[in-house]
Each structure stands twice: as C-alpha cells, then as structure tokens.
Design a protein around this ligand. Structure first.
Ligand SMILES: [Zn+2]
Length: 395
C-alpha cells in the first residue's frame, strides 16, 4: 500500500465556496486569532478549532476539542491563514482529546490540496501537539485534516445528474436538524419491481476519503457506457450521499448537531437525519427486493466490513466474488475483508443485513489513500460491483 506521498489532488470538478471574510481587518473576532501581519480564521463551512491563543507574532496555538464526548479519535481541524505572501506562520494544533491523526493538507483555492511537507510538522512525543510551519505561498491558504468537501460540494455534484434522463432524479427528501437539505439520487430500472440497491455516505464528517470514493463510485454507475446503462436498466438505485450535513458544516469529529453518532441510529431512528433517509428508503423499496447496501466511510486502512460467510445471505458468495475481482487487479489499493456482525450495534450494516439478509457492506477507505489511488480503486470497485450484480439478475 502506498503511503503518504506528496500529492496534489486536482478536485477539478468541485466548486467550493466559503463565506466571505474581510481579511484586511486584522482585529480579533470570536474564534479568530490575529497579530499584526497574520490572521487565523474558521468562518467557513467545515472550519474548526476551539480556542485560539496568540503565542507571538505569527505564532498561534489552536485547541482542538470535539463536539462532545466520548467520541472516536477523528480529530478534524480546518482553518484559514491570511498573511503576506512569503511570511512564515507557525500554528500549533493542541489536542485536548485523542492525538494527532490526519496529516495536514494545504490549499490555495479549496480545490487543489497538497500534503504539508513532513519537515514542516513537528510532533511532540505523545502526539498531543503538532506544530505546523507554513511559509505562505499566497496571501491566503487553507489548512485542513483532509481536503474540504463541504455541503456545497454535494449540491454542485448532484445538480449534474438532474438533466440526464427521466429515470434519474435528484430530490431533497427532507431536512437535517438545522434545516439543511438531505438529498436522494435515484435511478429507476425498466421494471418497477426490479431489485433495489442502497448507497449511503458521509455519516461521519471527517471521513473524506470515503466520500471521495463514493463520488467516483456513483459517477461510474451513472456513466454512459453499456455496462452502466444495462446495470441501471436492471436495478433501482437509492443513493444518500450526505447524511450528516450539519456535522459537515460544523467540522464535527463524528456526530450530528445533537451529539449523536448517526451510524448507531439504524433501528432506533431517533435522529431526524436517519429517520428521513429511512422513510425515503421505505418509499423507494416498496414492492422490491433489496439486494445490497453499501455505506462509505474512512478509517486507518482500506477495509470492507462484511458479513461472516456462515451467516444466511441471499447471495452468500457475492462479497467474496466482488472482493476477488477488486483485489485481483494491480492497483495500489487493496480492500481487506473484515467479517463480523454485532447485533447490539445499530449500524446501517447491521440494520440492512438483519432486515434483508443480503450483502450489507461498510466500504472504508484509508485516511491516507490518495485521491489518485481512490479514483482508480473506486472505479474498479463500481465496475466489478455492476458486473457481479448483473451476473445474478435474470433476464
Ligand atoms: Zn465512519
């Protein structure tokens, strides 16, 4: 597995916006930190740090505090630096919970992201502090735990599907707690009672590599070639790519704005986001067999969380056949299967498996998988997914 190369991610299809800040004004604002010649801000979607302390001119400490506790070790951060081009600014990330995990990435335009050079990151032995030295390549840069995919990214991406054909639809199925739209992308098979497939994404805001994979995967399912067209004729697709938009906006480490892990709410459905998505799923799958559920996430490595082969399954060999197809290529990313089932943990995987006894898979990308490698792997995964499903569908 390739690890930590210096990469330049050209997320050319992303159009990202940030709220407009008057960056000439160097006064201290709520959550902002400034000195005579530089300023740190988080006044944009996904922006996150807690207290900011100015240690000296051009030297700051940002406390990183999760939205609530206990919480998984996914310490997200995102901030902007304004300073003269060529100025050197030092920023210490101070982890009040957990420790440094995500390698800092820098962008001048919110589209192209580059790993900050290892030589410019100084970690304390316990990894509770990381000091980043940034020599400004322009007068404004963003630094974040992962490339920023904000809510507007989803809006822009999904708007591209709207004009394709009558069988494809993008709709808002309801709102998050804070009133952000929850989107469904659907594609209807030729026959109304054809099998249904469900795809979920972004339950956990910092899991950006999984979100990137989902975009590539879905785009491949909607391509204009014979494989994808045949696949879409045979299957009904229900896709929910951004289930936690409030968490995304706030730069949360894991939860929604009520402090709930949405991927522990499949079954209870106590949260508006999961409830709204499930209502839309119910409406869609009525009178149809559900054949598979994929839920895109990120973790330390590239992993498929799957069912144990001894467990009853409509397609007992599907997941292994699919994984073989993916891993028999010579691409950089291999997915490691992790079979298991925890009936007491109300994840989407547990819920959909128990209800439909079919392959329900948590599709995890490694934190450090590069956008280039994800692009290749997610395309191959989508193609082999379509092929394996088409093999199992009757004429
Ligand atoms: Zn996750």
């Amino acid at each position: 597995m390739k690890r930590f190369p210096l990469f330049l991610a050209t997320l050319a299809s992303l159009t990202l916006t940030t709220s407009c800040a008057n960056h000439n004004k160097m006064s201290k604002e709520n959550g902002d930190c400034a000195s005579n010649s530089s300023r740190i801000s988080k006044d944009f979607e996904t922006g996150r740090f807690s207290n900011c302390q100015r240690l000296a001119d051009n030297s700051y400490q940002l406390d990183l505090v999760p939205e609530d506790k206990p919480i998984n070790a996914s310490p997200w951060y995102a901030f902007r630096i304004d300073a003269d081009k060529g100025e050197t600014v030092s920023v210490t990330l101070n982890y009040t919970h957990h420790k440094h995990r995500y390698k800092p990435k820098m962008s001048k335009d919110l589209q192209n992201w580059q790993l900050l050079d290892e030589g410019n990151i100084k970690l304390t032995e316990d990894k509770k502090q990381a000091t980043l030295t940034v020599t400004m390549p322009e007068s404004r840069v963003w630094i974040a735990a992962q490339p920023i995919l904000n809510n507007n990214f989803y809006k822009q991406w999904l708007s591209g599907f709207k004009k394709q054909t009558d069988s494809i639809s993008v709709s808002s199925i309801g709102e998050s707690t804070e009133g952000r739209p929850l989107y469904q992308l659907a594609s209807m098979a030729t026959k109304n009672d054809a099998p249904a497939l469900i795809l979920l994404g972004r339950q956990h805001p910092p899991e950006v590599t999984g979100a990137m994979a989902m975009k590539v995967f879905v785009d491949r399912l909607f391509a204009d070639d014979q494989l994808a067209e045949q696949f879409r004729q045979k299957f009904n697709l229900y896709i929910y790519p951004n289930i936690n938009p409030d968490g995304v906006a706030a730069g949360n480490w894991r939860h929604n704005n009520r402090g709930k892990d949405l991927n522990r709410d499949w079954g209870p459905f106590s949260q508006q986001e999961t409830r709204t998505v499930m209502n839309a799923v119910e409406k869609g799958i009525k009178g149809k067999a559900v054949w598979s559920m994929l839920d895109f996430h990120s973790t330390w490595d590239d992993i498929f969380y799957i069912q144990n082969r001894r467990m009853p399954n409509r397609f007992p060999e599907f997941t292994q056949d699919w994984l073989n197809d993916i891993n028999n290529t010579d691409m950089v990313i291999d997915f490691t299967p992790k079979p298991g089932h925890n009936a007491t943990s109300p994840t989407s995987k547990t819920y959909f498996y128990e209800r439909f006894n079919m392959p329900a898979i948590t599709f995890e990308l490694g934190d450090n998988s590069t956008p280039e490698d994800i692009d290749v792997a997610a395309k191959v995964a989508a193609e082999t997914y379509m092929q394996q499903l088409l093999k199992r569908v009757g004429e």
